[in-house]
Ligand binder design. Structure first.
Ligand code: SF4
Length: 301
């Protein structure tokens, strides 16, 4: 951010420039391993997470060979984050995980190993393996949480409670210098506005390095699709999401980087809400709302 640019919230691009000297591109990868949460979270269609660029490729090496030329065309940079984003990227045989992460890190263009996972798939031997495998390169370890309210976690079928998350987060902080991220969803069933704000205030106490936020989407083939079709869930309007996002962020400490503000499922998988908005437009609308209401990250603390 230039010194004349107005501050709204802490974004990923300035963070990357400060830490890595440039913007990093992202290559999405999969381990082809299942998620242990059965039945899945009500909003989850696991196939929808598999990166489009590497469909059909099996080993990480094959995925890298297939995906790297694509991301090199897409991003004006020469350094990348290897992002294992689907299912639970620390679940299963630790030797298979080690081999897969090593394959990704064998490419000199890879600056960061990023793993999206569940709190109940974090354990000391895994953190030790990651420490050794990363060999000094950054690891971004992201835990799905979605809400700090146990009642919500039960409603959405997370299969773990908030205490389980706290335990995993503590283990990461005490044993590694990884960057720790948290995934949060706004618009979960049965949550009031105040419950959303409570989650963000509580997140300040935990102090992750970054969070990823998105609105709840109804995806084909999920439990939420059935609830939605039976009239049991009303998706957020864009106007309401902008309001909740802006207010929630105003409760967030400025040191926490907001790595994502919106999620867009593939058109053939998305049932609702269909806003047809891209990230840049969304950002402008949030800025407008924040300007009107005198909000910015941390302004309500
Ligand atoms: S933990 Fe993640 S991958 Fe597993 S069911 Fe829930 S959202 Fe899907």
């Amino acid at each position: 951010m230039s010194e004349h640019e107005k501050y709204y919230y802490s974004e990923i691009l300035p963070f990357m420039k400060e830490r890595y000297g440039k913007k990093l591109g992202k290559i999405g990868l999969t381990l082809h391993i299942p998620c242990p949460n059965e039945p899945p979270c009500i909003f989850c269609n696991r196939d929808s997470f598999i990166p489009q660029t590497i469909k059909g490729a099996v080993t990480v090496k094959e995925q890298m060979e297939q995906g790297l030329p694509y991301v090199k065309r897409k991003y004006p940079t020469d350094q990348f984050v290897a992002y294992f984003q689907d299912n639970t990227s620390t679940y299963g045989d630790i030797n298979y995980l080690k081999k897969s992460f090593r394959e990704a890190l064998s490419y000199p263009e890879i600056r960061v190993l990023a793993l999206s996972t569940r709190p109940d798939s974090i354990y000391p031997a895994l953190l030790e393996m990651l420490n050794r495998t990363a060999g000094g390169r950054d690891v971004w370890l992201e835990l799905g949480l979605q809400s700090v309210h146990d009642s919500t976690l039960k409603t959405i079928g997370r299969g773990h409670d908030y205490a389980c998350f706290l335990n995993a987060f503590k283990m990461i902080r005490e044993n590694t210098d990884f960057l720790a991220g948290v995934h949060l969803i706004i618009g979960l069933p049965c949550e009031t506005d105040e419950m959303v704000f409570e989650t963000f205030r509580e997140i300040n106490r935990i102090k992750p390095d970054y969070i990823k936020i998105h609105h709840l989407q109804v995806i084909k083939g999920t439990g939420l699709e059935k609830i939605f079709k039976n009239g049991g869930y009303e998706p957020l309007t864009l106007k309401k999401y902008i309001e909740l996002f802006s207010k929630a962020v105003s409760y967030l400490d400025r040191s926490i980087v907001i790595h994502r503000n919106l999620s867009r499922a593939h058109a053939d998988q998305l049932i609702a809400p269909k806003w047809g908005i891209i990230a840049e437009e969304f950002k402008e609308k949030v800025h407008e709302y924040m300007d009107k209401n005198g909000l910015y990250q941390g302004s309500s603390l």
